[in-house]
Design a protein around this ligand. Structure first.
Ligand code: M6R
Length: 613
């Protein structure tokens, strides 16, 4: 959480930082701030609220400076207010810092600093860190970079920081552990940011800092990277494949709507080069080397959070059904703390859109230490989870900026479908006929998703009827049970309506008590072996005057007679159906949130990538 950005070069820093912060706002939007360094020293502008509110602090002319840092906050320590906003000055105002992460031992460090006469204005762990750096700077008589390095040796926790110093017009010191930080290398200029979106139009040459590395950016002396243990490192420069259009709204009102509509393309891009229908093969490049491990695995453990966890649940159905390998799906946050049994014959798959989720990252670090093979499925190239995994694959969904995950989910499900089919074929657990049928159908999914997106107007109409309900139930069976969970998560996170997902048959074990004429239930009722049973569940709800919104296959003549509303989607094999059934649920949630006046792309209290535990 939190976005950080920095600039050092020939251009005016303030407009670059401001635009960069707006692009990073998806990471946190409780407050925003910028510090620039010029002849007057370090000037800080910061304010509670979004970046546009901070902009109101700048009167007519924006501050002139060629070096600066900026921050958009998702509050951890200290409520969101002006004082707790970043950047933070050190006691003497000689240095300023921005920070994404949590300093876990800040209380003990603070106690030491208080004894040495430091005073604190904010409730943040970050102000403690900047004063610790200043303390080292003064007492050890070292330069800023060395002070940062020494101070970080005393720190327990996570950080991506950028530090600037009064009078030091040619230096930004950055460091990273557990939170992302990327350095952009321009012509006689440097950028730093939590991801590359703030500087994508200026340079595509980037260096990702590794864990516990400190980098000094200087136009005169170049880029120097050391570990906090003082080992000199060589910068590994990479070329980014990210285009500016992919991070803009492109005519849509919200990123979420754009991303929902991008799904035919993101699924296509995720399949491209991997699903070779003509040859009748599936090939995931990175998989080859580890294929035997997968085939011999005792079990696969999938760790993830939120929507990615739901994709993991879909994978459990797919992999067990097709490849007959036992699968366990774990909340990463629970897995890491319950002393799980992990062996060298386990494969742990970490699923994460951002590749930065702290709980998922820690879960794979634990599994790695126990000898398991780690496979990462990430969307963000070069992200921490992608780099921590032994092997992995990307989802190719393109940047997902709306906080509510949509296209990343369907891309993750697509990758899992490829993995399940690929493994099944190698293991001989699928007939050639079924394999062929499924790959042909999988190949047609981008078109079927495009067709399904036509339910937008109908979804909007349904949204207009139910936009004011306080509660909503989502039901699904089998592989569509995770879709029900995902539908409920989408609705609650962007519209703040209480929603719960259940396996349809579980309804009679408790949730049915909630049903009355004010309680709508969204049911995935497509043609499967369980169809009749789902129809019975719908009847049970109708008998209690509950309202039914049913997702059915085209031409359904049974549910359409009982349900209050039906949304028809194309018929596909049940195993592939989550790629379609999820679409109307995304659209209904989106329209309800818009109609309720909610901030769809930046829902309250949330952030896109959760880099704190
Ligand atoms: O980046 P990740 O996939 O690891 O993120 C996991 C969750 O934080 C994320 O899916 C979250 O639940 C979304 N807001 C759901 O829309």
């Amino acid at each position: 959480m939190c976005g950080i950005v920095g600039y050092l070069g020939d251009k005016q820093a303030y407009p670059i930082l401001l635009r960069g912060l707006k692009r990073l706002e998806y990471r946190g939007y409780d407050s925003a701030g910028i510090a620039v360094l010029n002849g007057d020293g370090i000037e800080i502008f910061k304010k509670q609220g979004k970046v546009v509110q901070m902009e109101t602090l700048i009167s007519d002319e924006s501050p002139k400076a060629k070096l600066g840092i900026g921050h958009t906050r998702w509050a951890t320590h200290g409520v969101p207010n002006d004082v707790n906003s970043h950047p933070h000055y050190s006691q003497s105002k000689r240095i300023a810092i921005i920070h994404n992460g949590i300093i876990e031992n800040y209380t003990s460090i603070k106690e030491g600093l208080l004894k040495r006469g430091y005073t604190f204005h904010s409730d943040t762990d970050t102000e403690v860190l900047v004063n610790l750096i200043e303390d080292v700077l003064i007492n050890e008589k070292v330069d800023l970079a060395e002070a940062v390095r020494i101070a970080l040796n005393q720190v327990v926790g996570a950080y991506a920081i950028a530090v600037i110093e009064e009078g030091n017009y040619d230096q930004i010191v950055v460091a990273k552990k557990g939170s992302p930080l990327v350095i952009g290398l321009g012509e006689n200029e440097y950028y730093i940011a939590s991801d590359a979106t703030p500087f994508i139009e200026y340079t595509k040459q980037v260096v990702y800092l590794d864990e516990e590395e400190v980098a000094v950016l200087s136009l005169k002396n170049g880029l120097e990277i050391r570990t906090i243990a003082n080992q000199l490192k060589t910068a590994y420069v990479q070329e980014l494949a990210l285009e500016l259009e992919s991070i803009e709204k492109g005519g849509y009102d919200h990123f979420m709507l754009k991303e929902i509509n991008e799904q035919p393309k993101s699924i296509y891009d995720t399949l491209r080069g991997r699903l070779l229908v003509d040859k009748g093969t599936i090939s995931i490049g990175s998989f080859v080397e580890y294929e035997q491990k997968f085939l011999n695995a005792d079990r696969i453990i999938i760790v993830a959070c939120g929507t990615s966890w739901h994709a993991g649940l879909v994978a459990e159905y797919l992999i067990e059904d097709l490849a007959r390998i036992p699968v366990e799906v774990e909340y990463a946050s629970e897995f890491r703390y319950r002393n799980p049994i992990i062996t060298e014959r386990d494969i742990v798959i970490a699923v994460s859109q951002s590749g930065e989720t702290a709980d998922t990252l820690s879960a794979i670090q634990l599994a790695k230490s126990k000898g398991a093979t780690i496979f990462g499925i990430c969307n963000v190239v070069g992200s921490s989870i992608a780099r921590e995994a032994h092997v992995g694959t990307y989802t190719h969904a393109g940047p997902e900026i709306g906080v509510a995950s949509t296209k990343a989910f369907t891309a993750q499900v697509t990758v899992f479908t490829l993995i399940a089919l690929g493994l099944a074929r190698k293991k001989g657990t699928i007939s050639e006929q079924l394999f062929r049928k499924l790959i042909v159908e999988l190949d047609s999914m981008p078109d079927k998703v495009a067709q399904t997106l036509k339910v937008d107007a109908q979804s909007k109409y349904i949204a207009s009827i139910y936009k004011d309900v306080p509660n909503c139930l989502f039901l699904g069976r089998g592989i569509n049970f995770p879709v029900a969970l995902e539908g409920a998560l989408k609705l609650k996170e962007i519209s703040y309506i209480h929603a719960e997902g259940y396996p349809a048959a579980e309804m009679k074990h408790g949730p049915i008590a909630l049903i009355d004429e004010d309680m709508p239930t969204v049911v995935v009722a497509i043609k499967t072996e369980q169809y009749e049973k789902v129809v019975s569940n719908i009847q049970e709800i109708k008998a209690r005057e509950g309202k039914i919104i049913a997702i059915v296959n085209e031409g359904d003549s049974v549910v359409s007679k009982i349900a209050d509303h039906v949304i028809e989607i194309p018929e596909v094999d049940e195993r592939l159906s989550p790629l379609l059934t999820t679409i109307p649920l995304q659209l209904i949630s989106y329209h309800i949130a818009v109609m309720r006046g909610c901030h769809v792309d930046q829902p309250r209290n949330l952030a896109k990538s959760v880099t704190v535990e």
